[in-house]
Design a protein around this ligand. Structure first.
Ligand code: NA7
Length: 288
């Protein structure tokens, strides 16, 4: 019999991932801070919990997908957190993007109770979450990665075990450096094209299949042209990830000059009240 799965955090990413677990036939329990978001899952056959501890008491594998480091600490280690309901031998999988160092601290706190942790942050945007095609970068013990594989396969396409606790988060930060520099490239190129009087759709058509092609250009380029700022991933969360990159780079003593510039461009947009828009609204920082 497959293990019972609990899912905490039904946001833009979490809702698609949890839905794919249901579709794959997992016995699923959900909890979300704003309870209304649990309603569609209850209607689709999931159980609902009254707190993270209550969810953990009903689950063998507990997945968290919430915003930032303090939020993961709250739902796992806080009052009514997962740690107060999970049994020894349970597996917690954190799929949020948070600090690699905090991940190691959470793993140690859980290990004292005999509870396992994997860090398994994701890439692929809301589209990837809905289609079950996420890239999942996993840190933790090999035995637990093997245990989690059926769950990962219901949500993702490319699943890579990259090292011990926190290594998944480190690889996710590498991913985010690549994402934002690609985003800046798309932004700069499209502003330049528009200033030059080009037909933007034709321009995209001409360059997408060549050496300049990228996921960002194919998926976000058309959205930028349509000035559709609905988020696959919000500026606020992108900013959070870049803060994690800058903090970690500082600890490692390594320069990340372009990422630092983009961090500040996103800050400009947050100050203009655009933090809820998609990360492809970066183009607005160049247009201004
Ligand atoms: P969203 O759409 O902003 O959703 C965030 C989710 O996290 C949402 O369910 C929130 O509950 C939940 N959340 C946030 N803070 C808390 C606290 N303190 N306690 C409980 N629940 C909380 O983010 P995404 O789905 O795009 O991304 C989630 C993670 O994956 C993030 O780390 C990304 O970088 C990658 P709410 O509905 O607001 O009550």
């Amino acid at each position: 019999m497959s293990e019972r799965v609990g899912f905490i955090g039904l946001g833009i990413m979490g809702r698609g991932m949890a839905r794919n677990l249901l579709k794959a036939g997992f016995d699923l329990c959900v909890w979300n801070r704003t309870p209304e978001k649990m309603q569609p899952f209850a209607e689709a056959g999931a159980r609902t919990a009254t707190s993270p501890a209550d969810l953990a008491a009903q689950s063998d594998i507990i997945i968290t997908c919430v915003s930032d480091t303090p939020d993961v600490e709250a739902v796992i280690l806080g009052e009514n957190g997962v740690i107060h309901g999970a049994r020894p031998g349970a597996l917690v999988i954190d799929m949020s993007t948070i600090s690699p160092k905090a991940t190691q601290r959470i793993a140690a706190a859980l290990a004292e109770r005999g509870i396992h942790l994997l860090d398994a942050p994701i890439s692929g945007g809301s589209e990837g979450a809905e289609r079950g095609t996420l890239s999942i970068m996993v840190g933790g013990e090999a035995e637990q990665v093997a245990r989690a594989m059926p769950v990962f396969q219901a949500m993702g396409k490319k699943i890579t075990h990259v090292g011990g606790h926190g290594a998944g988060q480190m690889v996710k930060l590498v991913n985010q450096i690549l994402v934002v520099i690609n985003m800046l490239a798309v932004s700069e190129a499209l502003v330049f094209a528009q200033a030059g009087g080009l037909d933007l759709e034709k321009t995209l058509e001409a360059v997408t299949e060549g050496a300049a092609g990228s996921w960002m250009l194919s998926n976000r380029g058309p959205q930028v042209i349509a000035r559709d700022w609905r988020p696959g991933f919000t500026i606020d969360l992108q900013q959070k990830d870049l803060r994690l990159v800058l903090q970690t780079a500082d600890e490692l003593g390594v320069p990340v000059p372009t990422t630092a510039v983009i961090f500040n461009l996103y800050r400009t947009l947050q100050r203009a009240g655009l933090g809820h828009e998609g990360n492809h609204a970066l183009v607005k920082a160049i247009e201004r």
